[in-house]
Design a protein around this ligand. Structure first.
Ligand SMILES: [Zn+2]
Length: 372
């Protein structure tokens, strides 16, 4: 059942996705769902809700309308309808580029981070045809500085990063759909070996698999760097590797970011669902969409909300704040510590007295509502 109804100006974060499964993954992570708001002359359908301290507006591209132009249209409409949006997030799945420089695997998360003079996203199909061949041109904007600062903060705790992913799964998670086990094995074929037939690789030659050592650490890794964006589906291992080399190293391919960066500055977060080769199928879509959405939620969890925009229009309802717990100790996130000390002490006491809760959900984010 949907909850409160806020005003359009109460929403400060814009979240875009391209596929219904990505929208579903985002919806499942909402801490609170809000009632819809009608917007005249707008073809987007908005999902409204709260993620931590932020009121978030989510929109998905129209069915069958993926690509940079469609993404730009949706983003522009969103910006016009929700004028207080501070920054954007583009969250969904992408085709990974495994290489000697990056051990990208299915389910991993790739984040657009500027490096070596490159802006985080490169549009590989924008340029000019010359006698010497295609020459990529153009320059896209950087992700919003506040989100890059949040990325730095997350990187500073990288050793615990994958561990903490599981703590962002909602309690009503549809395990069957989003469980890693449901995705099947993570197999990578030689770039030159083409898929034979069918929806799976059951008929493909197992002798052409690339052998990789099992990960010693956590299942999910986060990679930071350049994302290649364009208007065609990358479905060829050799072309994938050729463009990767030409662009100086990319982590994944996707089809929306380059339509957004200059008009709707955003951080691009992609869960890896295939290897951008002819073997790609949809088995990993759900899990990869979920890991990307969880990382996006993590980013938001450390970006302070602007005072006055956290719980607007909420005068008659309990104030909601977010606390994290670690072995029974509570602390606020992005809140003025001095003003909250007494509340923290009380919360820690309450948590310790609820031993079962703490043991069952160590370090889990807990949302507490209370009345002043
Ligand atoms: Zn195959």
């Amino acid at each position: 059942m949907e909850g409160r109804k806020l005003r359009r100006e109460d929403y400060t974060v814009g979240w875009l996705c391209a596929l219904p499964i990505e929208l579903r993954a985002a919806r499942m992570l909402l801490d609170e769902k809000h009632q819809s708001i009608a917007v005249e002359n707008d073809t987007n359908i908005y999902t409204l809700g709260r993620l931590g301290e932020h009121n978030v507006v989510i929109s998905c591209l129209p069915a069958g309308q993926i690509g940079t132009s469609s993404a730009a249209t949706v983003a522009i409409q969103m910006k016009l309808a929700f004028t207080k949006i501070r920054f954007g997030l583009l969250v969904g799945i992408g085709g990974g580029v495994p290489s000697q420089n990056a051990d990208v695997r299915l389910g991993d998360v790739v984040v657009s981070q500027p490096q070596r003079g490159r802006p985080g996203v490169l549009q590989y199909d924008f340029g000019k045809i010359t006698p010497d061949g295609f020459e990529q041109t153009g320059c896209l904007s950087l992700p919003p500085p506040i989100l890059l600062s949040a990325v730095s903060a997350l990187q500073s705790t990288q050793s615990k990063e994958a561990d903490e992913f599981s703590h962002y799964f909602p309690e009503n998670l549809d395990v069957q759909e989003f469980a890693r086990e449901a995705a099947g094995p993570d197999v990578l074929f030689e770039a030159s070996y083409q898929h034979r037939s069918g929806d799976t690789c059951a008929s493909c030659d197992q002798e052409r698999l690339i052998t990789r050592e099992p990960r010693a650490g956590p299942d999910v890794m986060v990679h930071y760097g350049t994302i290649a964006s364009g208007n065609y589906v990358m479905k060829d291992g050799l072309e994938r590797d050729r463009i990767n080399t030409k662009l100086g190293g990319v982590l994944c391919f996707e089809m929306e970011a380059s339509g957004l960066m200059n008009t709707f500055p955003c951080l691009v977060i992609r869960g890896i669902c295939d290897y951008a080769d002819s073997h790609k199928n949809k088995k990993w879509h759900s899990y990869a969409a979920q890991t990307a959405a969880m990382y996006a939620k993590r980013v938001l969890s450390i970006v302070p909300a602007i005072p006055g925009n956290t719980t607007p229009g909420n005068k008659d309802l309990p104030e909601t704040r977010i606390y994290s717990t670690c072995h029974g100790e509570a602390e606020t996130q992005s809140m003025p510590q001095a003003a909250q000390k007494q509340e923290i002490r009380q919360l820690s006491h309450d948590l310790r007295s609820q031993g079962n809760l703490v043991r069952e959900y160590p370090r889990r984010l807990i949302s507490l509502s209370y009345c002043r």
